[in-house]
Write a protein that binds this ligand. Structure first.
Ligand SMILES: *[C@@H]1O[C@H](CO)[C@@H](O)[C@H](O)[C@H]1NC(C)=O
Ligand SMILES: *[C@@H]1O[C@H](CO)[C@@H](O)[C@H](O)[C@H]1NC(C)=O
Ligand SMILES: *[C@@H]1O[C@H](CO)[C@@H](O)[C@H](O)[C@H]1NC(C)=O
Ligand SMILES: *[C@@H]1O[C@H](CO)[C@@H](O)[C@H](O)[C@H]1NC(C)=O
Ligand SMILES: *[C@@H]1O[C@H](CO)[C@@H](O)[C@H](O)[C@H]1NC(C)=O
Length: 944
């Protein structure tokens, strides 16, 4: 929904000063009823919280509600009576206490979902006697649901989900026999499910999930013969499932999980073979799986895990061509893993852990080529792990722990590109740990403990640069020294090598494993000093070795060794933290950085001292000083000919290091670095940023600080920035519509990731076509994430940008507050830019000025109103017209981009919303692409 006040903050402000009482003097063409309705709405508007009133800026007394007010729809017979109010997702805050429901006898639908409305649902809502649709979902309404809702007998849709409503589940809805959708899910309703709900014979959808309902499920639900969706999960329901449930043969989705329901599963639940999703997990169902489920070929998801089900698993389940997800874990099934699962061609998750399954893992499982998760742990499986698992190219989680599997790990495991969780612990596997395991470049968790592996730990384990959750090789018969490469696992949090026969000393490379939280190296034959690493001093389990030493409790004191003395490090002038790809470097900058800072404070202008820092970083064959020199040399002391870009915060150079690796070095303007407020926070920020890995985010290798220069070291991307590509005719042509669509998706993914998946979430603050880079395949990589905040922002710069509709959200000019919605705005601009081929500056100016013109001034000076401009005329004319299929996508994306640049940040979608939108399939265009106008995409005054 886009308000009339798009791009015009001034308009929004001015309207909120007008008082609804002045309505009387407005146009006389408005009839009495419409006048009453308008007055009531304006009165309600003034009761809303001050900040949110401006969201309803189009609700102006001087304009007719039916034509101009956002979210208002009127009867189509020209009588100007309001029939629809739809104010979803507008960020409204306030209550309904001042909403005069009496004024809307003809209201058909009231949809206020996804706002921040609070208070009770007022009893006089019953005055909306014609109401068919009431959606107050996703707000903060509280208290009991007023029984007067039961008087709205015309209701067909009643949605009150995701609120804070409490009290007993409403018994008073029994007269709402027209209801087809009833959703009270996700509230605090208590008591039992009212028997009266069984009277709502027309219900197709009943959702009471995630409440505090108890008691048993009433038999009357069996009367709801049209029911397609029945969702009761996440309550405290108990007792048997009534046999009447078997009458519900139209069910598509049936959710019972997380209750305490007992008895047998319903026999006829898939009678019509339309059941798609059946979740009964975490209950007390017993007995065998109903025969009806064996032939239920419509199933896409089946969850029966965590019950007391029995039966032969290889006989009770069939072949499900649509099945995506099945979980049968934590039951008492016996029998073998049926080859049928391999024939479920769409299966992505198969979990049968914690049962009594026997026999071998059949090679047929390798046919289910989309499988992401295979969990057969805690059973009695025996024999070898079939090498056919190597065909499961999408496999992400392979958990076969706690069985009786034997033989070697098949080398094919190393060919699984996405494998992130591998747990083979608690078996009888033997042989050596294959070097190939180092090829699983996505590995986050590796557990091979409690087996019979021999030989040395392969050095290739150090190549698992993503390994983070744990590396557990304990309780095997591993021997030899711990390879120093294990120290390359700088993200690793848990390391357990205990109960082996490892010898030698702990590699000094372990000093750099700064993420470690738990370490167990006990029961080996290790000796020598423990690493200079906090976790080793405080939390490591190191007992029962030959002779580890250190200055800490329970250990012998080592013979003095200057190399292991922490104070020595203060002699290092420069350090870099660069977890370089592959073989290059991983260096900690913290110590050096803090030192530089301290040193600068102590003796200003001191000359750089070269230091002999022993073998501190010898394992990396590089040290901070060397990297610094390397970069200087590679750029011939930052010669202009290596400069590939100049931005607000610094100049970017291309540097080919002596190792052959090419990096991009961003040299910060001296003023920017000098002003840093909190050095320590800065260091930890940079550290966090170097750990981010996302295919659409340019990797930050590290930061280097030096008395004269400070720079950030990034992954180098060959095609440079979007701005550069768009300026070049040939490159721009190469970047076709499909590539541009993918590019936008890539940028959106990067932003979603940083806003929602990264902890803490990170706002970019400076998205523009200059810092979104392209790789050889024209894929988007967002650069400079998080760093805009770290360097001093030149405020004069910002205001200029804001004033010229650059990339900075307009509200930033007044609020000086950076929010996620600022990134959304910049994202919208970049999206328009890539489809138009240039910055949309002028277009935005003309759109915004035309929409803020009052009705008396016409925009006759313009050749045509920008709203009537054809979309095809603003798109990059260097490309041929998109094909119809692509055009659908382009139209949808441009439309979304326009909401992203709405002047009102609350109207803008979240990045999460954008990502969802971008991944949903498109509807066909309602009119030919050539006739789509911008006005249409702007959706101004959309009546719903
Ligand atoms: C709105 O602001 C006025 C004065 O600034 C204040 O008196 C009033 O209580 C506020 N109303 C609400 C709903 O916040
Ligand atoms: C209200 O508008 C939203 C967003 O356009 C739409 O998804 C929803 O279906 C509308 N509600 C009704 C009752 O038409
Ligand atoms: C609500 O509107 C009705 C007519 O639409 C009017 O008679 C009544 O006085 C209004 N109530 C309040 C509290 O303003
Ligand atoms: C349903 O309607 C009947 C007749 O109009 C009325 O007597 C009864 O009280 C109503 N039931 C509920 C639960 O409101
Ligand atoms: C149920 O819906 C049908 C049409 O779908 C309608 O004809 C019938 O009157 C409705 N029944 C009730 C009790 O409202």
């Amino acid at each position: 929904m886009i308000s009339k006040g798009l791009f015009s903050p001034l308009l929004i402000i001015s309207i909120s000063f007008l008082h609804y009482a002045s309505f009387a003097s407005a146009s006389s063409s408005i009839n009495e009823q419409e006048k009453l309705e308008a007055e009531s709405l304006l009165k309600w508007k003034t009761s809303l919280e001050n900040e949110t009133q401006s969201l309803l800026s189009s609700w102006s007394p001087s304009k007719t509600p039916c034509k101009y007010w956002v979210g208002i729809g009127c009867s189509s017979n020209g009588s100007s009576i309001i029939t629809h109010i739809n104010l979803t997702s507008m960020g409204l805050t306030g209550t309904l206490n001042h909403f005069n429901f009496t004024s809307f006898p003809n209201l058909y639908s009231l949809d206020l979902h996804d706002n921040s409305l609070h208070g009770n649902i007022p009893p006089h809502i019953a005055n909306l006697s014609g109401l068919a649709i009431l959606n107050l979902g996703s707000n903060k309404f509280s208290g009991k649901i007023t029984h007067r809702v039961g008087d709205l007998v015309k209701l067909e849709v009643l949605i009150l989900s995701k609120n804070l409503l409490s009290g007993p589940a409403p018994y008073f809805l029994g007269n709402l026999t027209n209801l087809s959708i009833l959703n009270l899910g996700n509230n605090h309703l208590s008591g039992s499910i009212p028997v009266e709900i069984g009277r709502l014979r027309n219900l197709t959808e009943l959702r009471l999930n995630l409440n505090m309902l108890n008691g048993s499920i009433p038999a009357s639900l069996g009367d709801l013969l049209s029911l397609q969706v029945l969702s009761l999960y996440g309550n405290n329901l108990s007792g048997f499932l009534p046999k009447e449930i078997n009458k519900l043969t139209n069910l598509r989705l049936f959710f019972l999980s997380n209750n305490s329901i007992s008895g047998l599963l319903p026999e006829n639940i898939c009678h019509g073979v339309i059941l798609e999703d059946f979740c009964a997990s975490n209950n007390r169902f017993w007995g065998t799986v109903p025969k009806g489920l064996k032939n239920c070929t419509s199933l896409t998801r089946l969850r029966l895990d965590r019950n007391n089900l029995i039966g032969n698993i290889s006989e009770d389940f069939g072949i499900y061509p649509k099945l995506d997800y099945v979980d049968l874990s934590y039951n008492n099934f016996h029998g073998e893993v049926s080859p049928n699962w391999g024939k479920c061609q769409l299966l992505t998750s198969l979990k049968i852990s914690d049962n009594q399954i026997t026999g071998k893992i059949l090679p047929e499982i390798g046919e289910s080529s989309l499988l992401h998760v295979l969990d057969l742990s805690s059973n009695n499986l025996e024999g070898e792990i079939p090498k056919e698992l190597g065909n499961l190219k999408s496999l992400y989680n392979l958990t076969l722990s706690r069985n009786n599997l034997s033989g070697n790990i098949p080398l094919e495991i190393g060919t699984l590109p996405d494998l992130s969780y591998l747990d083979l612990s608690g078996n009888n596997l033997s042989g050596s740990i294959p070097k190939k395991i180092g090829d699983c470049s996505s590995m986050l968790y590796l557990n091979l403990s409690n087996n019979d592996f021999h030989g040395e730990i392969p050095a290739e384990i150090g190549n698992l640069e993503w390994l983070q959750v744990a590396l557990d090789l304990s309780r095997n018969s591993l021997s030899g020294e711990i390879p120093w490469q294990v120290g390359k696992l700088i993200k690793l949090e848990i390391l357990d090598l205990s109960h082996n026969q490892l010898t030698g000393s702990i590699p000094s490379s372990f000093d750099e494993m700064l993420s470690l939280r738990l370490v167990d190296l006990s029961y080996n034959q290790l000796e020598g000093p423990i690493p200079d690493n906090k976790v080793f001093q405080e939390a490591a389990v190191l007992g029962n070795n030959l002779g580890l030493c250190g200055n800490f409790t329970g250990l012998k004191i080592c013979l003095p060794s200057p190399l292991k003395n922490k104070k020595n490090r203060t002699n290092i002038a420069i350090l870099i933290t660069i977890p370089f790809l592959g073989s290059l470097i991983i260096l900690s900058m913290i110590m050096g950085f803090l030192y530089v800072v301290r040193k600068r404070r102590r003796n200003t202008g001191s000359e750089m001292r070269h230091s002999n820092h022993g073998n501190l970083f010898s394992v990396w064959s590089y040290d901070g000083k060397l990297v610094y020199e390397d970069i200087r040399e590679a750029t011939e002391n930052f010669d202009a000919k290596y400069c590939i870009g100049i931005g607000g915060t610094g100049s970017v150079y291309k540097a080919k290091l002596s190792t052959g690796q090419i990096v991009a070095v961003k040299k910060l303007h001296p003023s920017q670095y000098a002003e840093l407020k909190d050095q320590k926070a800065f260091v930890s920020e940079i550290q966090a940023l170097t750990k981010i890995r996302h295919r659409n985010i340019v990797k930050l290798h590290g930061f280097c600080s030096h008395a004269q220069e400070s720079f950030l070291v990034y992954e180098y991307l060959e095609r440079g920035s979007l701005a550069k590509i768009l300026k070049n005719e040939e490159d721009a042509k190469e970047l076709d519509w499909i590539k541009r669509i993918d590019f936008v998706k890539g940028v959106a993914n990067a932003l979603c990731y940083m806003h929602y998946d990264s902890i803490p979430s990170i706002i970019h603050r400076d998205i523009s076509s200059n810092n979104i880079l392209l790789d050889a395949k024209y894929e988007a990589h967002v650069s400079d994430f998080g760093t805009a905040r770290l360097v001093k922002v030149d405020s004069s710069n910002c205001t200029v940008l804001a004033g010229t509709y650059g990339y900075i959200a307009p509200e930033f000019a007044y609020t000086m507050k950076v929010t996620k919605k600022c990134d959304v705005y910049s994202f919208g601009i970049v999206t328009l830019e890539i489809f138009m081929g240039h910055h949309p500056g002028e277009l935005i100016c003309s759109l915004s000025s035309s929409s803020s013109l009052s009705s008396s001034e016409t925009s006759s000076s313009l050749p045509s109103s920008p709203h009537e401009m054809l979309l095809r005329n603003v798109l990059d004319n260097r490309l041929p017209s998109p094909t119809p299929k692509v055009a659908e996508e382009v139209v949808a994306i441009i439309k979304m981009a326009f909401t992203c640049i709405d002047a009102n940040p609350q109207v803008r979608p979240t990045m999460q919303h954008v990502c969802q939108e971008l991944s949903t399939p498109r509807q066909t265009l309602s009119e030919p692409f050539d006739e789509v106008t911008l006005g249409k995409l702007l959706n101004v005054n959309e009546i719903v």
